[in-house]
Design a binder for this molecule. Structure first.
Ligand SMILES: Cc1ncc(COP(=O)(O)OP(=O)(O)O)c(N)n1
Ligand SMILES: Cc1ncsc1CCOP(=O)(O)O
Ligand SMILES: [Mg+2]
Length: 207
């Protein structure tokens, strides 16, 4: 079963919490209003990622939320996840579609480049992600992006637009106003003492 990409809302991306804490935090994030989860993990072994990925998929699907795997098309395929997120160091959209099929969610990082987003859309991407918009503790070397790029992307592209990087409920309103369909968060959500409450505050950006 592949769940469809939600049209708008909080796109939660996992941080480095230990397994049980992460599963509890993901549940709280979804209960608070997160509409999409990305499993992003740069530290576990392949076997550990597969085990945690299965638990995350079961949790997300039990709550009706799609699961996207960052970077790793093969892991997404093995898990039966809903899709994959690809950056400039990752495999291409065609490889993802070949492995995951036409209904999978394939997200692409476009940094601050409208041209990358045009290309991604023409190659069949499901959404284009821009950012980082604010300095990010989770990815300190991330490429800066501007609100103007986001506005131009929204005006031109058909696919949904995601915004990422240092976004909090306090600074996210201009991004939603500029046309971000999905607001991504790692630290502002999973680094928060009350994850459910934080998710509610992000979700309020879309009301
Ligand atoms: C929704 C979303 N947008 C951007 C990224 C960053 O992808 P990438 O540039 O490949 O960097 P890593 O996340 O792999 O460090 C993302 N993961 N998700
Ligand atoms: C993966 C990624 N790509 C650009 S910024 C970023 C990290 C986003 O995390 P945070 O919401 O903690 O800044
Ligand atoms: Mg990547």
């Amino acid at each position: 079963m592949t769940l469809a990409l939600p049209r708008k809302g909080l796109y939660a991306i996992t941080n480095d919490l230990d397994d049980d804490a992460l599963l509890a935090a993901v549940q709280a994030a979804i209960e608070g209003g997160a509409v999409l989860l990305q499993y992003r993990d740069k530290r576990r072994s392949p076997a550990q990622k597969e085990a945690l990925g299965r638990d995350l998929l079961q949790l997300c699907h039990g709550l009706g939320v799609p699961l996207i795997v960052n970077d790793d098309i093969e892991l997404a395929a093995r898990l039966g996840a809903d899709g994959v997120h690809l950056g400039r160091d990752d495999a291409g959209i065609a490889a993802a579609r070949a492995a995951l099929g036409p209904d999978a969610i394939v997200g692409v990082s476009c940094y601050n480049s409208l041209e990358l987003a045009r290309r991604a859309q023409s190659l069949g991407a499901s959404y284009a992600a821009f950012g980082r918009f604010f300095p990010s503790k989770s990815k300190p070397d991330a490429t800066p992006a501007s609100l103007e790029t986001l506005r131009l992307a929204k005006a031109e592209l058909r696919i949904p637009i995601a915004a990422i990087g240092g976004i909090t409920p306090a600074n996210g309103a201009p991004l939603a106003a500029a046309g971000a369909d999905l607001i991504c968060a790692i630290d502002g959500l999973f680094g928060h003492a009350e994850v459910r409450r934080s998710a509610q505050d992000y979700a309020a950006l879309f009301r």
